[in-house]
Ligand binder design. Structure first.
Ligand code: FES
Length: 147
């Protein structure tokens, strides 16, 4: 089966499934990088939900973006095990380092590398363990240098 390539086709592919909202939101974000505000009324109408219900789900899950991301996305783990080994300081460093950058910083709540935090994920594909501020800066510099 061909992958849906528009918001409308994503909604159409799921509209008759029970619990269609999360799959629809995931696929829209996968397609566009975020959930455009003007998609909410379309989803609401097709799934017979209120706009408030959809906004509630989008804002509940840190995973969903409401604005387009930068060229790259870096997620710093803010869950307890990473926080206990410097994750909070790393997140603060990351906020400062990425101000004005086209690399988007997002929190994430556990990447499954709890024993070797602080942990970072780059572009939803690459995991990095025991990330120091220096290691973080090197990761970001490599991303920013990519064409
Ligand atoms: S708590 Fe950070 S990876 Fe699990």
């Amino acid at each position: 089966m061909e992958k849906p390539t528009t918001i409308e086709s994503i909604i159409a592919a799921h509209r008759d499934q029970p619990g269609a909202l999360l799959p629809v939101l995931h696929e829209i974000q996968h397609l566009l990088g975020y959930i455009p505000p003007d998609s909410v009324p379309l989803i609401a109408k097709a799934l017979a939900l209120s706009r408030a219900e959809i906004h509630g789900v989008i804002s509940y899950y840190a995973h969903f973006r409401q604005t387009p991301p930068g060229r790259h996305v870096v997620r710093v783990c803010c869950a307890e095990a990473c926080q206990a080994v410097g994750g909070e300081a790393l997140a603060e460093h990351a906020r400062s380092r990425l101000t004005g950058s086209d690399v988007t910083l997002e929190p994430v709540y556990c990447l499954g590398l709890c024993a070797c935090g602080p942990s970072v994920q780059v572009n939803e594909t690459t995991l990095h363990a025991q990330v120091t501020p220096e290691k973080f800066d090197a990761l970001v510099a490599a991303l920013e240098a990519k064409p």
